[in-house]
Design a protein around this ligand. Structure first.
Ligand SMILES: Nc1ncnc2c1ncn2[C@@H]1O[C@H](COP(=O)(O)OP(=O)(O)O)[C@@H](O)[C@H]1O
Ligand SMILES: [Mg+2]
Length: 408
């Protein structure tokens, strides 16, 4: 069973755990420059929600009847006001952690305590509180950027059309998408917006209901380093008034500096939790292979954490983590959670803040948006009309031939 509970902060002050272990109010490195300007978020105020998780285990059934444990006592804290990177080699369990925190796992057994601002949340409440950006883009190629966002807004908001359009325009401005808002999204055959713009549109879709928590699975994968830096820069802006965590395999040196916190996993176990600025010291102190002179910090971190045990001076990073900072981190996490439990957000108020449109409204929106756009699209409508004409002519000819043959 999954237990969902909490940690809330009603002001921007750091909590004790953040101060002493993961750090707070950490500013991005001053030398980091990004090419785009992002307007400050104008979202309606959402509660400041921290997400904490302790002793999370996840086991899946295998086809041969046995089971496989994927996560082993994983813990961490995702704080409002902080951009957190969930890192680790491929197969470490990053996407699994994200899915479990967002209540998106329907297979397998989950154990542990997952806490959202002092309350136990059901999967349906989690869906409203968490904006989730999938690794692959889920956009409709025939629609323009603005149409796509209006289409999604019709499903996510119950406000009237004008208000929805205002919210969409606000997000378009916030994400710097004005120049391409009337460009078709397109696909591999019919080119439209760029990969970086598509990623920003995806982020925009999840922002529509102003979620207090955002999860992103590999938001920079497949993007070039310049665009990847832009995307991470956007996330730092979004993290000013919400908790944002994203999985990232190997960030660029610049974008790594934009993160405040790192949770690092290997083989489904914690191997580091803390500030970005302290990670180099941590792995050096453990005795990992020293950093080569031509390697950036993040390249070295990825290298030592992906290396096999014997390549890393025989270090087993997970037990080392537990011995060095893991136990202390967990104890302080428990203290923070205990305090947060006494300051619960009124989730029923939140429920009314982000309402889900009715089924009728959703079906109507689907037909209006998809139906009309499909009817207007010659690539969709022409083959279908031609097919019907061809079949009608063909069946009429068969009938005529049959009548003539029988008559004859
Ligand atoms: N349903 C499942 N059945 C079997 N193995 C799974 C299942 N889901 C995930 N895994 C395994 O768990 C590990 C972690 O997966 P994942 O969270 O996707 O890793 P990451 O995102 O860090 O690359 C991988 O080895 C993957 O093959
Ligand atoms: Mg993954």
């Amino acid at each position: 069973m999954t237990e969902v509970g909490a940690a809330q902060h009603n002001n921007h002050e750091p909590n004790s755990l953040a101060d002493s272990i993961v750090g707070n109010n950490e500013q991005p490195a001053p030398d980091v420059q990004v090419a785009i300007k992002i307007q400050a978020a104008q979202d309606e105020p959402a509660p400041r929600v921290n997400v904490s998780f302790v002793n999370v285990n996840y086991t899946v059934p295998l086809p041969d009847g046995s089971t496989k444990q994927i996560l082993h006592n994983v813990h961490g804290l995702v704080e409002c006001g902080q951009l957190t990177a969930l890192m680790g080699p491929s197969g470490a369990g990053k996407s699994t952690v994200l899915d479990i925190l967002a209540g998106r796992k329907s297979v397998g057994q989950i154990e542990g305590e997952i806490l959202y601002a002092g309350a136990s949340l059901s999967a349906s409440k989690l869906k409203r509180m968490v904006g989730y950006v999938e690794q692959s883009d889920t956009l409709v190629p025939e629609l323009t950027v603005r149409q796509m966002m209006l289409y999604a807004a019709a499903f996510k908001l119950t406000t009237n059309g004008e208000d929805r359009a205002a919210r969409v325009d606000e997000i378009i401005a916030q994400l710097g998408l004005e120049s391409c808002k009337d460009t078709k999204i397109g696909d591999t055959l019919n080119r439209g917006i760029s990969g970086g713009e598509a990623k920003r549109v995806n982020i925009g879709l999840s922002l529509i209901p102003s979620p207090p928590v955002m999860f992103l699975d590999e938001p920079t994968t497949g993007l070039d380093s310049h665009i990847a830096n832009e995307v991470v820069a956007i996330l730092t802006t979004l993290a000013k008034d919400r908790a944002v965590i994203c999985t990232i395999h190997s960030p660029t040196a610049r974008s790594f500096n934009l993160f405040n916190q790192v949770l690092m996993l290997k083989d489904g176990r914690n191997i580091y939790s803390g500030r970005v600025t302290e990670i180099a010291q941590y792995f050096s102190n453990l005795g990992c292979t020293p950093r080569a002179s031509d390697a950036s910090l993040v390249e070295w971190v990825v290298e030592v954490t992906s290396a096999k045990e014997d390549a890393n001076n025989n270090l087993n990073l997970s037990p080392q983590y537990t011995k060095s900072i893991g136990n202390a981190y967990e104890k302080r996490l428990a203290d923070t959670v205990a305090t947060a439990k006494q300051q619960q957000v009124h989730w029923d108020d939140e429920k009314s803040r982000i309402r889900k449109p009715s089924l009728c409204h959703s079906i109507f929106s689907l037909i209006r948006n998809r139906g009309v756009s499909m009817l207007k699209d010659p690539n969709w409508i022409s083959p279908r009309v031609m097919e019907k004409i061809f079949l009608s002519v063909f069946s009429t000819m068969i009938c005529e031939c049959t009548v003539i043959a029988e008559g004859g």
